[in-house]
Ligand binder design. Structure first.
Ligand SMILES: [Zn+2]
Length: 274
């Protein structure tokens, strides 16, 4: 008995950072669960209500508390659907609705059994602290939220993001038997191993460039960012994000004892680090 997975694409409107986001329905023998819940919008509300009319909606797993994934929580709550979130996930101050009274806070590895499928809630921190990626064991499907995207790479930076933790998450996922990834944005990813390897290589390459920048005398985050990124790839409004990404890498290298911080904004390599 195979399960069915359906993808819903919802749009964020003009004010959103993300133009579109996916959420997913898993259905088997009349029972269904949702992965993520779209934006807080009339479009999302209608979709979720239609799903709940059609299926016995048993649960909703929210990968993380960003507006493009968690916006449907108030609608799910109204329908009495059980909502699951990781216990480390923080509620951003910008959220327009209450979270805590309606959700179950879970920890790594919780397994839930439905008719014909088992969902394991893998803790995949890095993009946010309490990010989860639900994994359907029988079908080897990973719902990756913003941990792995079908195009580009996810934002990993302070305060909620952590590059060291993110790299550990990627390595953990590389060891998981995954047939296909359904991401929070874009099309499905049919070559999970290759994709995760690419992601790891991309971040390690960036790290190498940062070490090279410090070696050649760049000491501040601004200088390192200018050294590492091509000017043409970096329009003015992206510069602050690039700097925060550099900062996330520097935090990782600091935790690993490979660089040390010489002032609030300057860094040096530890002797012998190449
Ligand atoms: Zn996100």
């Amino acid at each position: 008995m195979a399960i069915k997975v359906e993808r819903f694409v919802v749009s964020g409107g003009d004010l959103s950072l993300e133009p579109e986001a996916n959420f997913y329905l898993i259905e088997s023998e009349g029972e269904a669960v949702l992965i993520d819940s779209g934006f807080y919008s009339e479009e999302t509300k209608k979709l979720i209500e239609a799903i709940a009319r059609k299926w016995n909606l048993k649960a909703a797993f929210i990968t993380h508390l960003h507006e493009d994934h968690a916006g449907g929580i108030p609608f799910l709550r109204e329908l009495g659907v059980k909502i699951f979130l990781h216990r480390d996930e923080k509620v951003p101050p910008s959220f327009k609705f209450e979270i805590e009274d309606a959700v179950f806070r879970v920890k790594e590895g919780l397994r839930l059994f439905f008719r014909g499928f088992t969902v394991r809630l893998c803790h995949t921190p890095g993009h946010t602290r309490g990010h989860i990626s639900p994994y359907v064991e029988e079908e080897k499907i990973l719902f990756s939220g913003d941990t792995i995207l079908s195009k580009g790479t996810p934002w990993v930076g302070p305060p909620e993001g952590d590059m060291k933790v993110y790299m550990e998450t990627l390595k953990m996922l590389r060891g998981l038997d995954i047939r296909v990834i359904y991401s929070g944005h874009g099309e499905e990813i049919a070559n999970p191993g290759e994709k995760i390897d690419e992601y790891i290589a991309h971040r390690l390459e960036r790290e190498k460039q940062i070490i090279k920048a410090i070696e050649s005398g760049k000491k501040s985050i601004e200088e390192i960012t200018d050294y590492v990124y091509d000017k043409e790839d970096l329009p003015e409004h992206v510069v602050p994000f690039a700097r925060l990404t550099v900062l996330a890498h520097l935090d990782k290298l600091k935790k690993e004892g490979r660089v040390f911080q010489t002032s609030k904004t300057t860094y040096e390599l530890l002797k012998g680090e190449k």
